[in-house]
Design a protein around this ligand. Sequence first.
Ligand code: FAD
Length: 409
Amino acid sequence: MRRIVVVGAGQAGLVLALGLQRHGYAVTVVTDRDAETIRGGRLISNQCVFHPALTRERALGINFWDGQAPEILGASFGLAGDSPEPAVSWQARFDQPAQSVDQRVKVSAWLTAFADRGGEVQIGKVTPDGLDEYAREFDLVLVAAGRGPQFDALFSRDDARSPHREPQRTIGILYLVSGRDEPLPVYPGLTFGLSQAGELFGLPIQSVRGPVFGLGFFGVPGGPMDVWDGVTGVDEHFEIAMTLLRKQFPWVEESLAGAVPSGPLDVLRGRVLPIVRDPVGTLSSGAKVLAMGDAAVTNDPIAGQGANMAAHAAAVYERRILGHGDRPFDEAFLRGTFAEYWEKAQHATRLSNDLLGPPPDHVLATLEAAQTAPEVARRFANIFADPVDYAGWLTDADTARAYLASNGA
Ligand SMILES: Cc1cc2nc3c(=O)[nH]c(=O)nc-3n(C[C@H](O)[C@H](O)[C@H](O)COP(=O)(O)OP(=O)(O)OC[C@H]3O[C@@H](n4cnc5c(N)ncnc54)[C@H](O)[C@@H]3O)c2cc1C
């Protein structure tokens, strides 16, 4: 039986490890934090996971939160204008509900399940040099250690696929609960606000201590929503978040009246550099290793694609590994595996990168038409679950306008 090691226990590495384990593979997961530390730690992300990724989790029997986590039923869009009411607004249901389970909850439970099902977990921080030891011991080394520069030298930047050299948003996320007896009257789906200063992204989440509302702001650098540097505590973050809400997205304010922060660790501030890397790294021994998830492709979270594409990577990598039998995991196999993942993932990256720029006229026209044409709203809302539909529709002004015309808009 092939021996496979996965470095990193996030959405990418663990879904793959649990999937291969089901087929009898001897998988080792090496990660720098144990389950208890992850669950008790600071907020990691504001993950919204759509139906295709949830389907995969259900197939693996790791959908522990179905029936417990609030269903995310659709999208509520608002475009900021000159008055407190949005200039453009609409709501549309997703074809299938999405779900957001706090990654601290999800990843810690999956790591425990992997160990309970007989998987080997090693706790330790792996360095690029340290990978050689794993390459000697294992038939295949997968690096799923998330975003950031730690493996920059190993997985070089793919310039042609990476349009940005700097982060394009400053991000501030906070989890809220009702400070009153009744629950917050929030929209049971994704609340998405767009202003010239940036975006608002809110959703119901199953968190460490139960249901919360995740409120995220994505600010254009240097603009009025670029406000998180130097903020230290959750109370200060809350004050700033409420001010941003009032100034930029006032129509959302009422649904969060009476909200209070859910806890001192339920807060996150930072920036994400979107980058696509060469996924095959060569170690000093000459051995080849393969990146996956954010370690290979990091998108700005503006379009909520990272965890979804990490799950997609896990599915593709598993299928390729199973189909490869006893043949060596050579460079052709590694490159072919990433290429199959990229067929779909490229559209998630394009969508994420495009949303970082000002919306072109045909996209604004589509958002406006969605107010009166429910099918346009439905199709737009569902590109987040299926970014492939974005390509060839909203990436092309003529196609987008022809589609609007055919929908009477
Ligand atoms: C603010 C924010 C909001 C987001 N919202 C969404 C959303 O709505 N929808 C969505 O799909 N995505 C979203 N994302 C993106 C999503 O969180 C990531 O794309 C996803 O978690 C990537 O999974 P991963 O397994 O590749 O990496 P990670 O989840 O980062 O996991 C990496 C793992 O590797 C471990 N590790 C790191 N370094 C080492 C090392 N040297 N040695 C050993 N272990 C190591 C870490 O502890 C961790 O367990 C968001 C991200 C952010 C920051």
